[in-house]
Design a protein around this ligand. Structure first.
Ligand SMILES: NC(=O)C1=CN([C@@H]2O[C@H](COP(=O)(O)OP(=O)(O)OC[C@H]3O[C@@H](n4cnc5c(N)ncnc54)[C@H](O)[C@@H]3O)[C@@H](O)[C@H]2O)[C@@H](O)CC1
Ligand SMILES: [K+]
Length: 493
C-alpha cells in the first residue's frame, strides 16, 4: 500500500522514533539515502548543496559530508551554500561539523556559472511556515533559472507537503528534477502543483518499517485497490451480464459530450449503452452504431446505471430528468452541467445526500468550488480537504479532477491518482471519464472502486497514448476509450 502522510503524521512518527534511536540517526540516514540518490543522477563533477536554517538544511549538510568525505570514491567538487541561523539544532550542528571537516567548500553567495552537475535543495522541508521572500526568494528564482538537475530533499523548498500548493501568497518554490522524501511519502508531492515541482518522487523510509508507522490519512491509487473486480470474464457471458449504462445529456449544440461518455462506457465493457439526449441530434451515431440513441423526455432507463450531465445544459427538461434521476434507485454518476444544477439547489443537494452513497460525482475544480460555495483557488489550495468536505456533504464518492486527481468518500478515505498527463487537459476527456465510471458501476463494481478504477485506467490510457507518441500535445478525448480498453484488458489478464 502506498501511504501518503500529512506533515502532522510525519511529525508524530519522528517524535516516536526519536525516543528509540540515538540522536542524529534519522538525519544521518536521510543524508546517506540522499547522497546515493545524488550519485545516481549526477550529470557532471560539480555539486552545489543548498543548506537552509532548519533540519532540512541539516540533511543537506549530511549529503555534502557524504559526497565530499575523506573516504568517498566520488570524484566530485562539492560546494555548500549554507544559510543557517545562529542556533542550529543539535542534529544540524553535528551535520555542519561533519560537512566542514570534509572536502566540501563553503561559500556565502551563489557562485557564478551554471555548469552544476547537480544542485541539492536542502533550503526548507516540512517546516516552512511562510512564503519564501527576500534574499531566499531571489536565490530560489536564480536556481530555477539555471535549469540544472535538482535533487530536492524531502520536499521541493517552498512547496506545501500537505496540499501541493506553493506556500504563498506570492511564494516561490524550487523546481526539482527528483525529490527524495523521508520516512513516508506525502500528498503534496502528487497533486496540484506538486507534480510539476517535485519531478520524480523517491521514498527513503530511513529504516522505519511500515509496522512502525500508523495508518496514513491518504494513499496513492494503484490497481491493488480495485483488483478484486478485475476477474477474467466467464465464457458463458451475455450482454446482460455487464449491465446497461444510460448517458443523459446533450442539449442543443452539445451532442458530442454524451457520445464521448457513451464511448467511454462502451469501450470499458458495459453490456449496453444508451444516450438519452435532451435535444435528440440523430437516430444513430454512425461512428459508434452500438450506442442506442433515445430522447431524454420519454426515456425509461429501467435498471440502467445513469451518467447524467455531459453537455446537459440547464433547461427545464434538464432539471426534470436530473430530479427524476436523484429520486430513482439506480447507481449514478453526476458530471458537468448536472453538478452546476445541484450547486444552485440546496433541495437537490439534500436529495443527493439522502439517496445513500451509490453516487459518484466528478467535478473539476470550478464545479467543486460552486458546490462548496467557495472560489476555485480555495479548492485548489487544499484539494484533499475540498474533496473530503464535498464527499461528506453530498454523501457520495467525489472525484476532484486535475493534476493528481483526488478521490474521496463520505467515510473519509482519500486517494490521489498518479496516472495521467497534461494530454488529458482537453475537451471531452472528463466526459469519457464519467462514462467509464458508469461502465464499471454497471458491471457491479462498488462506487468507491468504480471511481478509483476508472480514474486510474483513464490516466493510464493517456499515458499509453503519450508513450506511443500520440500526446500530450494534441491528444484527443476520442482516442481515450480505445486506449482505456487496452489498459483494462491488460489489468484483467
Ligand atoms: N526531525 C526529524 O527527526 C527529521 C527531520 N528531517 C528533516 O527535517 C525537516 C524538517 O525540519 P525543520 O522542522 O527544522 O524545518 P525546515 O528545515 O523545513 O525549516 C524550518 C526552518 O526554516 C525557518 N523558516 C521557516 N519559514 C521560513 C521562511 N519563509 N523564510 C526563512 N526561514 C524560514 C524556520 O525558522 C526554521 O529555522 C524535514 O523536512 C526533513 O528534511 C530529516 O532529517 C529526518 C528526521
Ligand atoms: K527541500
Amino acid at each position: 500500500m502506498k501511504s501518503l502522510y500529512s506533515v502532522a503524521e510525519i511529525r508524530n512518527i519522528e517524535h516516536n522514533m526519536a525516543e528509540s534511536l540515538p540522536a542524529g540517526t534519522l538525519m544521518q540516514r536521510a543524508g546517506e539515502a540522499a547522497a546515493s540518490a545524488a550519485r545516481a543522477i549526477l550529470a557532471g563533477r560539480k555539486v552545489l548543496v543548498l543548506a537552509g536554517p532548519g533540519n532540512n538544511g541539516g540533511d543537506a549538510l549530511e549529503v555534502a559530508a557524504n559526497l565530499a568525505g575523506a573516504d568517498t570514491d566520488l570524484d566530485a567538487e562539492v560546494t555548500v551554500l549554507y544559510l543557517g541561523g545562529p542556533a542550529p539544532s543539535a542534529d544540524s550542528a553535528r551535520a555542519l561539523a561533519r560537512a566542514r571537516a570534509s572536502k566540501a567548500v563553503f561559500v556565502d553567495s551563489l557562485p557564478l556559472g551554471r555548469d552544476w552537475g547537480l544542485i541539492v535543495d536542502g533550503l526548507f522541508g516540512i517546516g516552512l511556515a511562510r512564503p519564501i521572500d527576500g534574499d531566499m526568494r531571489a536565490l530560489v528564482e536564480a536556481i530555477n533559472a539555471l535549469g540544472r538537475p535538482v535533487l530536492a530533499l524531502d520536499v521541493p523548498s517552498g512547496l506545501d507537503a500537505d496540499t501541493g500548493a506553493v506556500i504563498g501568497p506570492d511564494g516561490v518554490a524550487i523546481q526539482a528534477t527528483r525529490t527524495i522524501t523521508f520516512i513516508g511519502d506525502k500528498p503534496g508531492l502528487h497533486t496540484f502543483e506538486g507534480r510539476d515541482y517535485a519531478g520524480q518522487v523517491q521514498l527513503a523510509p530511513l529504516g522505519i518499517d511500515p509496522g512502525q508507522r500508523p495508518a496514513a490519512g491518504a494513499r496513492l491509487n494503484e490497481p491493488a485497490l480495485f483488483a478484486r473486480h478485475l476477474a477474467p470474464r466467464r465464457h458463458n457471458s451475455h450482454k446482460g451480464s455487464f449491465g446497461d449504462v444510460a448517458v443523459i445529456g446533450g442539449a442543443k449544440g452539445m451532442a458530442g459530450a454524451p457520445l464521448m461518455a457513451a464511448r467511454g462506457a462502451l469501450f470499458t465493457g458495459a453490456g449496453r449503452v444508451f444516450v438519452a439526449a435532451i435535444e435528440p441530434a440523430g437516430a444513430v451515431d454512425f461512428v459508434q452504431p452500438e450506442i442506442m440513441m433515445r430522447d431524454a423526455q420519454d426515456f425509461d432507463s429501467g435498471d440502467a446505471t445513469l451518467v447524467i450531465g455531459p453537455g446537459m445544459g440547464d433547461s427545464v427538461t434538464a432539471m426534470r430528468v436530473l430530479f427524476k434521476a436523484l429520486e430513482g434507485k439506480a447507481a449514478l454518476v453526476i458530471d458537468a452541467d448536472a453538478l452546476n444544477l445541484i450547486a444552485d439547489s440546496p433541495d437537490l443537494q439534500g436529495r443527493l445526500a439522502q439517496r445513500g452513497a451509490t453516487a459518484i460525482v466528478t467535478p473539476h475544480p470550478l464545479e467543486a468550488a460552486r458546490l462548496l460555495g467557495v472560489t476555485s483557488a480555495v479548492v485548489q489550495g487544499d484539494r484533499l480537504a475540498a474533496a473530503r468536505e464535498l464527499a461528506s456533504r453530498l454523501n457520495a464518492v467525489v472525484v476532484l479532477k486535475g493534476s493528481g486527481t483526488v478521490i474521496a468518500n463520505a467515510g473519509g478515505a482519500v486517494v490521489i491518482n498518479p496516472t495521467g498527463n497534461a494530454g488529458l487537459a482537453t475537451a471531452g476527456s472528463g466526459d469519457v471519464l464519467a462514462g467509464m465510471c458508469g461502465s464499471l458501476l454497471a458491471q457491479g463494481w462498488q462506487a468507491w472502486e468504480a471511481a478509483i478504477g476508472a480514474v486510474w485506467v483513464h490516466g493510464a490510457a493517456a499515458d499509453r497514448l503519450v508513450a506511443q507518441g500520440s500526446g500530450p500535445i494534441g491528444l484527443t478525448a476520442g482516442e481515450l476509450p480505445l486506449a482505456a480498453r487496452a489498459v483494462l484488458n491488460a489489468l484483467a489478464r
